[in-house]
Design a protein around this ligand. Sequence first.
Ligand SMILES: Cc1ncc(COP(=O)(O)O)c(C=O)c1O
Length: 396
Amino acid sequence: MDQKTIISETDKYYLPVFARYQVAFTHGKGCYLYDTEGNAYLDFLAGIAVNALGYAHPVLVKAISEQAGKLMHCSNLYYTDIQAKAVKVISEVTGFDKVFISNSGAEANEGAMKLARKYGIGKNPNKYKIISANHSFHGRTFDTLAATGNPHYQEGYGPLPAGHEFVAYGDLAALEAMMSEDVCAVLLEPIQGEGGVHVPPEGYLAGVRALCDKYDALLIYDEIQTGVGRTGKWFAYMLSGVKPDIITFAKGIGGGFPLGGFAVDDKYAKVFAPGDHGSTFGGNALACAAIFAALTAMKAENIPEKVAKKGAYFKDKLKELQAKYSDKVVDVRGEGLILGMELTKPGREVAEACLADKVIINCTSVNVLRFVPPLITSEEEIDIVIATLDKALAKF
Ligand SMILES: Cc1ncc(COP(=O)(O)O)c(C=O)c1O
């Protein structure tokens, strides 16, 4: 199919919920996507922080293909060899004892919030409040929307599930004022992604941890965007050393396979009894093959350590651009390979200019350019992006 037909057929049949760029891709390799004419695009969005190992990574392709020929799906009423391997490696890289596997990030957060609710209500019938942050993003299902601190996503869907409250991200005093025995959980991204790549102030997460301990509320980190090596650690909580009670993950965990899940320590594992939570597809054999292959490859390739180095290199280069265009760039921030460049005005125009030059980046929260490339990217590829961005900012 040519590009024009792909776009018109998709627009004819797909619900118009996405503001799509006018380009159609047929395949990818490494950090590049290829359109219908064979043009190569350097992809620094990676399917929104998903394709950690880039495209067509041989280990992942082999594992998924072989598993598809063996066993794709078998009910969670039974055990499978590949699920046993997948949960072991997730436990190793997350540092948590027990794992639940879902199909997406929103479902991961749903499960984590259900566990926290059940824990809270088990202590006191009023202990059901979940506090999350302004400008957060936790998903598109009803309860994750209710926990998302951005009215833009919520408008038109009320009434949303009750029991959610919001606090300014990074403001410990504001959180302290809201805490009570009725709070069952505080749900935070350790670095806000969609909200504009916001890194919390030094000491904030340790303060949140102390407040959760004081009020016996579970601290949930939504690591759907920050997890799986992206910040230069396996999970962002390892940057500060402040361990939450529940961690949620998705995106990079399957290297492109649709997946999510959450992990807890043994202390909270018994909150759920058999039948309290579940999923038909979650953790099926094919998904587990993707998890096991992706995480094993990342371990073998020492991905988090390399991300820390490449991220520092990239951030320095972005800061040089900030100095060069100080009238257009307000800030550069982030950790590892989740970096943001805040502009003085809406930045979609910059993302479009880069796309015209065959570099894919994204603009989030109106005026923040976000860079979440495949974790396997190189300094040479970073240099290409910087040169393209330089050109786009000059015209901006
Ligand atoms: C931090 C965070 N939480 C949750 C989600 C929702 O994940 P999904 O789209 O897989 O449901 C996202 C997606 O962008 C996210 O960035």
